[in-house]
Design a protein around this ligand. Structure first.
Ligand code: EPU
Length: 292
């Protein structure tokens, strides 16, 4: 099998938007669909991490999980009529650039997110009342048995920061709205500007760290608990938006975990609410500082 595992000592921090992370027991970077199909049945679903844009994953210094990088997978993008067909490894910036050029609007709200399409779909990313799942006409996944299946968007459950999709997302077809390219550009610029003004885009982070509890905002609860600026090592609660934990230098996994844990405890003490992480926290091999 011509899979392409990276060297065992390769650090994953450069693949993480937070710039935190170390090594993994096994790292694969399949180069095409066939390799991915052959790899899937060999993986343990409970012990596998798909790594795309790395914008929502907190990686430990060493993980016993198998990490599967999408970076060598073909990055296809085709537009036909109002349909945009793209592979999951496509960066969002590329999808936005092409949809703008083709005069197809609707997904401007994801502009500025440092993610790949697969990551957005797997967590049904959203902002300002819109979610990516609502635009999915079709999505194709490789299951843990190695078989590829195409589902219509309606067959998938699109919840708040979750979906019913399992396995590796290969491609998706998004149904977009023919729109004046000038209006799309304005909407994209507005989305990026809104993110810049509300979120700490100048420092590495994983976006919102906690999910919003029903009917409330995690950022507001953390802010009202007086935690903005709280720091553990080089991990800090952003002064700009309290649901962002930023890396102000050389933050470690342990710094991130300790800070997140303190936030949770303080918010719980004050409000009775246990915040749940929105980011995916990968446990370290052999225990040690870890979530819960
Ligand atoms: N707020 C504060 N202090 C803060 C942050 C927010 O008081 O430090 C208040 C705001 O003033 C506002 C309320 O909390 O009244 C809600 O804040 P915001 O509009 O920023 O929305 P959010 O609930 O914090 C959610 C998503 C974001 C998404 C925005 C915009 C979650 C966990 N977060 O944030 O998504 O960009 O709405 O729609 O659902 C992400 O997924 O990574 C993310 C950042």
């Amino acid at each position: 099998m011509s899979l392409t595992p990276l060297p065992p000592g390769a650090s994953l921090s450069s693949y993480s938007h937070l710039r935190v992370g170390g090594t993994a027991a096994t790292i694969y970077a399949p180069a095409n669909l066939e390799e991915m199909q052959r790899l899937m049945p060999r993986l343990d679903p409970e012990n596998t991490v798909f790594l795309g844009g790395g914008s929502n994953l907190l990686l430990p210094p060493h993980t016993a999980c198998t990490v599967v990088l999408d970076h060598n997978m073909p990055s296809t993008l085709v537009i036909e009529g109002n349909l945009l067909y793209a592979s999951s490894s496509c960066p969002i910036s590329r999808i936005i650039a092409h949809s703008m050029e083709a005069g197809l609007g609707g997904i401007e709200f994801v502009a500025g997110l440092p993610a790949h399409l697969g990551g957005l779909l797997s967590m049904n990313a959203g902002a300002w009342g819109k979610r990516i799942g609502a635009f999915v006409r079709e999505v194709s996944v490789i299951g843990w048995d190695g078989k590829q299946q195409t589902l219509s968007g309606d067959e998938v459950e699109w919840g708040y920061r979750r979906t019913s999709l399992r396995g590796f997302i290969v491609t998706a077809t998004l149904a977009l709205e023919p729109t004046d390219p000038v209006a799309i550009r304005e909407a994209v610029e507005q989305s990026v500007a809104r993110r810049r003004s509300q979120h700490p885009m100048d420092l590495p982070s994983l976006g919102c760290f906690f999910k919003n509890p029903e009917g409330d905002s995690a950022g507001k609860l953390i802010d009202e608990s007086g935690l903005k600026g709280l720091r553990v090592g080089d991990a800090q609660v952003s002064d700009k938006h309290a649901n962002f934990i930023v890396n102000v230098g050389e933050a470690s996994y342990a710094d991130m975990i300790e800070l997140a844990d303190r936030i949770r405890r303080v918010v719980h003490e004050r409000t009775g609410i246990w915040l749940e992480p929105e980011v995916r926290i990968i446990p370290p091999a052999g225990g040690g500082a870890s979530w819960n």
